[in-house]
Structure formats: structure tokens, C-alpha cells
Write a protein that binds this ligand. Structure first.
Ligand code: KIV
Ligand code: NA
Length: 275
């Protein structure tokens, strides 16, 4: 398993860091076997796996449940778990209680939180407590209903300047890594060069220290919206659908199960039964 120190070294050596979301045992196992270096149990869980229409409905219990399954599937991979909506905006006491529970019960290596200004104190508190923190800036799904939806962030000079300052503030508060979502590539490059901690991008260009994508987007599994910054590396959903259609057909027609799938009783035993 890689360590936070090794991720720092990778940034210095321009060795790209590979992050991917995972939500359960099989996705974690597949990702670990493929060589993914950081698994993110993202609250995208809500949309991708649980069928909610935003990340806002995801609870601490949901994250613990899926974090544990991910850990079991990838025992040798660095796991980051998202703190879900509403679990780190109350008092610092409540925030710390929630964070410790999530960190301990999932046996993760780090927690991720969205934003800067109002959560700088949280980043500082968790880091000092011994919980490594990944900051998340740019498009922030947990507050998209207030900020105006899922749009590219930091497009004006002023907005870009604010993001650079936010990233520096997260680093100063103790974050060991930053995720940048949905920003112009020039800004992704600038923030990556400005910070001394690794910067992982999603829709932030090729110049960041690493990339993160949503598991289901990467392999095209599920029926959710695919943003512009996603690349489909395989067509798992189509494969699965084709297999299921075949299953339905073969049971209907009697083609499945065939002799090779059945169990057999010895003839004499069968005779005795009817003695
Ligand atoms: O929840 C998630 O999947 C994320 C990534 C998009 C970074 O936070
Ligand atoms: Na998230």
C-alpha cells in the first residue's frame, strides 16, 4: 500500500497518481488488481449505486457500509472515504465525532471533504487529530443546489484566483492532497505547480499530478449522465445486458440448464427410492 509520503514523492518525480472510485467488494477488487493506487469511496455512491438523484441524500451509515466493503475488496490499497453532506458543517465536536467514526469503522487511510472557507478549521482539526485529509475544490456536488449546478468552475480570472487561494489555504491547514473537479486545464496546471501537495484532477486537464474517475463511468456501467471529462474505457454495461437477455431467453426456451449443469443420483439409489 502506498503512503502519503510516497504520493508526495510521486508528485516530485512526475509519476502520475491513479485514483478511482469504488463502492463495494467486487469494484474494489477489480480496481486493486488493475493497479489503481488510491480508491475513493465517493459519495457519488448516491447516484451511481444507490439510485438517488444527488449526493445530498447519502448518509454517514451509507458511507460506512460501503467503505467497509471496499476495504475488504482492496486490503492493500490506500482508501479515501468521502464525508457525506451535513456531517462536517455542524459544531467541530460533532464533526470530529463523525470523522473518527467514519475513519475507524471503514479502516480507511484518509477522509475527503468539499470546500475551503467554512471547512478550513475542519481540515486543520482532522489533520491534527491524525486523520489525513484530502481537500476537494472546483465543482462541489454537495453544494451544487446553492452554487448553481454542475458547471465548469473558475473560468473568470477572479474565480480562478479565489480557487488558487482556496487550494493554498487547504494545504496550509494540513490537507495532504487536493482533488480539483471540473475546471479549465490552465487552472489545473497552475494549482498543481503552486501547491507542494499532490493535486488529483477530474475534468481538470492532463497537467495535474494524477487523475480520478468514477468507476461506473470508466467502464460504462449504469444509466447515469456521462460528463464531457469522462472517457469510457470499456463497455461493461452492454456486456452485462447482453448476458442477462441471453439468460432470460435460455431459461424460457429450456436451453439452460443443460446436462452439464445438472446433478445426478446413482441409478440404483433412484430405483430404491421407488422400491
Ligand atoms: O464522489 C466522488 O466520486 C468524488 C469524485 C468525483 C472526486 O468526489
Ligand atoms: Na464526492
Amino acid at each position: 500500500m502506498k503512503t502519503t509520503t510516497e504520493f508526495m514523492k510521486m508528485k516530485k518525480e512526475n509519476n502520475k497518481i491513479i485514483m478511482l472510485t469504488a463502492y463495494d467488494y467486487p469494484s474494489a477488487k477489480l480496481a486493486e488488481n488493475a493497479g489503481v493506487e488510491i480508491l475513493l469511496v465517493g459519495d457519488s455512491l448516491g447516484m451511481v449505486v444507490l439510485g438517488y438523484d444527488s449526493t445530498v441524500q447519502v448518509t454517514l451509515e451509507d458511507m460506512i457500509h460501503h467503505g467497509k466493503a471496499t476495504r475488504r475488496g482492496a486490503p492493500d490499497t490506500f482508501v479515501v472515504v468521502d464525508m457525506p453532506f451535513g456531517t462536517y458543517h455542524g459544531s467541530l465536536d460533532t464533526t470530529l465525532t463523525n470523522a473518527i467514526r467514519l475513519f475507524q469503522e471503514t479502516n480507511a487511510q484518509a477522509l475527503k471533504i468539499e470546500g475551503a472557507d467554512e471547512v478550513i478549521d475542519v481540515i486543520r482539526l482532522l489533520s491534527r487529530t491524525g486523520i489525513p485529509v484530502v481537500a476537494h475544490l472546483g465543482l462541489l456536488p454537495q453544494s451544487a443546489s446553492v452554487s448553481g449546478g454542475y458547471k465548469v468552475q473558475g473560468k473568470t480570472a477572479q474565480a480562478a484566483q479565489k480557487l488558487i487561494e482556496d487550494a493554498l489555504a487547504c494545504e496550509a491547514a494540513g490537507a495532504f492532497m487536493v482533488v480539483l473537479e471540473c475546471i479549465p486545464y490552465q487552472l489545473g496546471k497552475t494549482i498543481t505547480e503552486t501547491l507542494s501537495i499532490p493535486v488529483i484532477g477530474i475534468g481538470a486537464g492532463a497537467e495535474t499530478d494524477g487523475q480520478v474517475l468514477v468507476f461506473h463511468d470508466t467502464v460504462t456501467y449504469g444509466s447515469h449522465h456521462m460528463p464531457k471529462f469522462v472517457k469510457a474505457f470499456s463497455q461493461a454495461g452492454k456486456e452485462i445486458s447482453a448476458g442477462l437477455v441471453q439468460y432470460v431467453e435460455e431459461v424460457k426456451t429450456g436451453e439452460f440448464p443443460s446436462v452439464e449443469h445438472r446433478f445426478t443420483m446413482k441409478d440404483d439409489e433412484y430405483q430404491q427410492l421407488y422400491g
